[in-house]
Each structure stands twice: as C-alpha cells, then as structure tokens.
Design a binder for this molecule. Sequence first.
Ligand code: B12
Ligand code: SF4
Ligand code: SF4
Length: 315
Amino acid sequence: MHYMAAHGLKRARPAELIPGTVSVITARMDYLPAATPTQPGAWQALELSRLTRPAEGIVSVYARGRDYHKVLRARLQKLGERIAAEVGPLGHRAFTDSAPVLEAELAARSGQGWRGKHTLLLSREAGSMFFLGEIYVDLALPPSEPVTPHCGNCHACITVCPTQAIVAPHRLDARRCISYLTIEHAGPIPLALRPLIGNRIYGCDDCQLACPWNKFAQRSALPDFDERQGLSGQQLVTLFGWSEEAFLRLTEGSPIRRIGHERWLRNIAVAMGNALRVGVAEAAVLRASLQARADHPSALVREHVQWALAQSQVL
Ligand code: B12
Ligand code: SF4
Ligand code: SF4
C-alpha cells in the first residue's frame, strides 16, 4: 500500500488532485446480495456459521460478485453527466477507491454516517455493508452536516477481530488485518498470523459481522453483487484445484482476479493448514490436494504448502 504514502497530502486536499475542485459529492452503495436472508441478524448468523466449517473457504461478502470499482464509478460518472445536463458546464470526476482520496473521512464529514471503531463508515439506516464513492466538482455546493456517532460503549468489533488488528478505537494496524494479508500483501504471510486467519481466503468481514448496526445492512438494488457460482460454501480442495486458466476464467470481472493465481493458492494453503490443525473429516483429501501442489513453480506457494502439510503433525 505504498501508494498511500506516495501521494502524501494530495489525499486530503481534493483541489491538489483535481485542480478547480471546490465541492465533493459523496455517495454510498449497498452491496449485500439480493438473496441475503431478510430476518434481522440472519445474514450475520449465516456468515458466521461458515467459520465453523474449516474445510470450506470464505470469500468476504463484498467480493462475491462484480468488481465494485467498475460498477460504482460508472454510475457516479453518469450521475455527474446528468447533473451537468441540468446545471450547465460542470467540471466533474468520479472516484471509488480509484485515486488518492480519503473516502471514509469525506463521507463522514458530509454526513453519510460516522466512523465506527473498526474505522469503516457506519450508518443507522444501512450498517456498514456499502461501498463509498465521490464526484469532485468545480461547483460550490452548500455543505451537508456530519451525523453524530452511535458506537457508544460498544467494542464488539475490537474484541472479535481474530488478529487483534484494531489496536485502539478508530485505529487499525493494517499489517495485522486479514483483509490486508489476503488481498494487498504480496509476500509470505507472517507465521504467527497464519493460524489466526482460519478459513478466510479473501478479505475478512468479522468486525462488520459483530457490529449491531449491521442488522440494518441493506440489499443491493443491482444484480451486480449477486454471488457467483463457486465463491461461497465451496470446499477448499475445489478452490485449490483451480488451474491458473480456471482462476482467470472464473474470476473475470471480479475483484478477486487482481490478486492473481499465486496469492490465491497461498491464501488457500493457509486455510488448508488451519483445517488440518483443528482436525477435519476431510484431512486425507486436503493432504492429497496439498501434495499435488508441492512442486508448484512458485517458491511462495511451495513454502505455504509445506507449512500447511506440517500443521497436521502439530498435535
Ligand atoms: C487502504 C484501505 C484498506 C486497508 C487499510 C484499512 C484502513 N482502515 O485504513 C485494508 C487492506 C486493511 C482494508 C481493509 C478493508 N477495507 Co478498505 N480501503 C482502503 C482505502 C483504499 C484507503 C483507506 C485509508 O486511507 N486508510 C488509511 C487511514 C490512515 O486513513 P483513515 O483511517 O481513513 O483516516 C485517518 C487519517 O486519514 C486522518 N485524517 C482524516 N482526515 C485527515 C485530514 C488531514 C489533512 C490529515 C493529515 C489526516 C486526516 O484521520 C483519520 C482517522 O484516524 C479505502 C478507499 C479510499 N480510497 O479511501 C478502502 C475502504 C476504506 N475499504 C473498504 C472496505 C469495504 C474494506 C473491508 C471491509 C474489505 C473486506 N471485507 O475485507 C476491510 C475492512 C477492514 C477495516 N476494519 O478497516 C471500503 C469501506 C466502506 C465503508 N463502509 O466504510 C473503502 C472506503 C473502499 C470503498 N470505496 O468502498 N482497506
Ligand atoms: S477485517 Fe477482519 S482482521 Fe481486519 S480489522 Fe476487521 S475483523 Fe480484524
Ligand atoms: S461493533 Fe460496536 S464499536 Fe464497532 S463499529 Fe459497530 S457499533 Fe461501533
């Protein structure tokens, strides 16, 4: 994530990124798939139950459908054009995680919600299961007001975090966060953190699953975030068996594609090692599947496979 340091204060100063910017229009877009159970608390219970099946891989909810960068940015760009059609010539640029922009902070200051203790933006109407995006415009708009925070004495997200990555309220040590380790981090996953990752193979939702406000999380109005076949409830051995060609085909248009086949195998090997350590009925199949990748051309994959195989001997 060195791009964050590289851009320095440009991230906090919109007019340095896009000269002429005087206002920022912020937006949030819900992403729970349409098929998510509607009873209060039911979707979190369903997601948490996946943690009790260690031979299954968990892909975080936001990544099971189409890549949000494309979906949200295209819609914001269209919105900018429609505003321009109404108000006359308008300089406008849409972003969603596509430029050095402090999205959560802009959203908080403009009243989309408050920053939860897990650092994400949170709203009384929609929990935190939404993406953020914005349009930088060269038009002076009346500013909207921030909302009051509603975390109170709750610290459920801090307590539940498997790696204790939320080191204090509103402070995240990204180096410990499973989302960082499985998505952004390129090298070997630190040994001490591997057992804590469990069966999470892409991203992590735990701090959001624990959050009481997420009983108000909303379903997406779009089909784009509907789950793709094979991305949830899937056995680790099946996902580990994907060839590079299958990985590229099955993750076309999905955010997962960005991590590449090598990191995909690295992540799944960690989850397989964790399943072997806790002892699962599928142990023999898991070991055979790992053995089949023991000579993989990537040293990174080989090392994680060796680690995973060694886990069955720990007890
Ligand atoms: C880097 C990044 C990560 C990193 C670090 C996360 C973090 N909390 O910092 C990692 C890889 C760990 C990560 C994980 C996730 N991420 Co992320 N991530 C980002 C990204 C690209 C930048 C965030 C960032 O700048 N962090 C750096 C810290 C230091 O900044 P900050 O806490 O926001 O702000 C502090 C400082 O900037 C300072 N500050 C504020 N204003 C100013 C002004 C000035 C002048 C100065 C000097 C300082 C300052 O005070 C703030 C409070 O301490 C944003 C998109 C974006 N461009 O904003 C998405 C984003 C935050 N992620 C998102 C999501 C969905 C996730 C995950 C849920 C994905 C998943 N399921 O695995 C997890 C959640 C983990 C968590 N608890 O945060 C969404 C959040 C939506 C929401 N509801 O809030 C975002 C907004 C992407 C999007 N467009 O929707 N992410
Ligand atoms: S995403 Fe997971 S690892 Fe990261 S802070 Fe939240 S609970 Fe912790
Ligand atoms: S779990 Fe509790 S402390 Fe954490 S963000 Fe939600 S309400 Fe705030």
